[in-house]
Design a protein around this ligand. Structure first.
Ligand code: FAD
Length: 447
């Protein structure tokens, strides 16, 4: 195998291209859109993402994390905004552990620029993959600039063409390929907190801000230019929803009642609400992630997940790590590499999809709940005392490289223990007592 194609020059495709080039492959990267570096980022599409340990590991492997750190802002905890304006801070992990806010467009551009340093990598823009013939491994593209069909054959194809992957569409036509997709009843819309006049941030840039309100939730992550990208998660339909909140008066009224402290921060709220698109959230699962040795799915093409664990891209970057480790381990035994990749990663893709859906409930409902905050405090204390026996689920997912499928199982077990502990009479008074710590230790050790 020498000549390979990457279909989709998003975050995962660009990183995978670098990792493949480092191993000496000649890599052609095809992207249906124009070159992002020459185009304006569309308003309301300025998503910023939380980059965490799994993502950093893949970037380390590619030798580019120092470059990416330059465009990343550390966030050491969540800051919850209550309706009355009260702020509650909850650290994400131990001291100095952080997740990092990065602009999706900025990161994508940077990855492309870094990929340009490799003569082995060629980028082809305005090339929309239409289909793939697995017998000859020929990809059919529409060159959207010239409006013509182009066909190219490769030894292997890395499909990183996102949640609605064209390569996956072809794989679905073969027997024994499982596929499911499901939409959340909530969608999202981006809003903005602009910088202060002197370019500084209006609220603490080193936190992920959350306005948890049960059925509704808003979050804000800092950008390098002093602004914040705010994301409003809201039902698509229903009494209070994107469909029903459809006039400036209704938006104002809703925000005044639900997110009052955010109003002075967002002078362009009404303009943004009505001009920015409303987008949907989908979970995609499939199996297997390879078609023989012809193609593999990576990133959202393999596992689109809802964004509530901040892991979609991180999981995609971890796909790259795992694939690279398999290349290292099995050399040119592509049969084993492709099938092992699929065997190892499918359960983890399903697990992060479940974890993300569960965290949706937690972020919406529980982050404002005193019981939830106490649970987190107890877990933190116990985990500091017995780090080998207990790592809180959030830390397993965000600050470790434990397989997602193992984290999901351990998390469920730990949850059972904490459910029981929280039933203890007077738990609010004696939460950090020796008695409570010993009871958790007994249960955690019997596993
Ligand atoms: P994409 O980024 O979708 O890239 C796919 C690329 O393929 C695109 O460039 C597309 O134009 C191209 N393409 C598509 N079809 C074709 C075709 N037919 N032919 C050629 N090219 C094609 N993840 C995190 O880790 N942390 C977060 O905090 C986080 N927050 C999020 C918040 C929101 C609101 C959303 C929506 C997502 C969030 N994610 C987060 C998820 C993250 O954005 C995705 O997981 C990540 O972008 C996936 O990267 P990808 O390269 O697999 O796919």
């Amino acid at each position: 195998m020498q000549n390979v194609a990457v279909v989709g020059a998003g975050l995962v495709g660009s990183l995978q291209a670098i990792l493949l080039a480092k191993r000496g492959f000649k890599v052609d990267v095809y992207e249906r859109r124009p070159d992002l570096r020459k185009a304006e980022i569309l308003a309301g599409r300025s998503i910023n993402l939380a980059l965490s340990d799994r993502g950093w590991k893949a970037l380390d492997k590619a030798g580019i994390s120092d470059e990416i750190r330059k465009i990343a802002i550390p966030m050491f905890g969540r800051k919850m905004h209550a309706v009355d304006g009260t702020l509650t801070y909850q650290p994400y992990g131990k001291e100095n552990q952080a997740i990092f806010s990065v602009s999706r467009g900025g990161l994508n551009q940077k990855l492309m620029n870094l990929a340009d340093d490799y003569p082995e990598i060629g980028y082809y823009f305005n090339m929309r993959c239409e289909d793939i013939d697995f017998d000859s491994n020929t990809i059919r593209f529409t060159d959207t600039e010239k409006d013509q069909i182009v066909e190219k054959s490769y030894d292997a194809v890395f499909a990183t063409d996102g949640a609605f992957s064209a390569v996956r569409n072809r794989m679905m036509k073969y027997p024994m390929f499982d596929y499911s997709q499901s939409y959340l009843s909530h969608g999202y819309k981006e809003l903005v907190i602009p910088p202060n006049e002197d370019g500084s941030h209006k609220i603490d840039k080193n936190c992920l801000h959350i306005w948890p309100r049960g059925e509704f939730m808003m979050i804000a992550l800092a950008n390098l230019d002093g602004s914040f990208t705010v994301t409003l998660f809201f039902p698509m339909e229903g009494e209070l929803s994107f469909a029903s909140i459809d006039t400036p008066e209704k938006v104002k009224d809703f925000f005044e009642k639900t997110f009052p402290d955010s109003i002075p921060l967002m002078p362009t709220l009404l303009e943004d609400y009505f001009s920015n698109p409303t987008s949907t959230l989908v979970t995609v699962r499939c199996n297997p992630w390879n078609h023989g040795t012809q193609a593999v799915l990576m990133g959202d093409a393999a596992h689109a997940v809802v964004p509530f664990y901040g892991q979609g891209m991180n999981a995609g970057f971890e796909d790259c790590t795992v694939f690279d480790e398999l290349l290292e381990q099995y050399g040119d035994d592509w049969n084993t590499i492709f099938s092992e990749y699929s065997r190892l990663r499918v359960p983890d893709g399903n697990a992060i999809a479940d974890l993300a859906l569960n965290n949706y409930i937690e972020m919406r409902d529980s982050t404002a709940d005193p019981d939830f905050l106490l649970r987190k405090k107890i877990e933190r204390k116990f985990s500091d005392l017995y780090p080998n026996d207990w790592m809180p689920l959030y830390e397993q997912v965000t600050f470790s490289h434990i397989r997602y499928s193992d984290a999901l199982k351990r998390g469920q077990y730990q949850r059972g223990i904490m459910d029981e502990i929280m039933q203890t009479e007077g738990i609010y008074e004696k939460w950090d007592s020796e008695e409570i710590m010993n009871r958790i230790a007994e249960k955690a050790k019997t596993k």
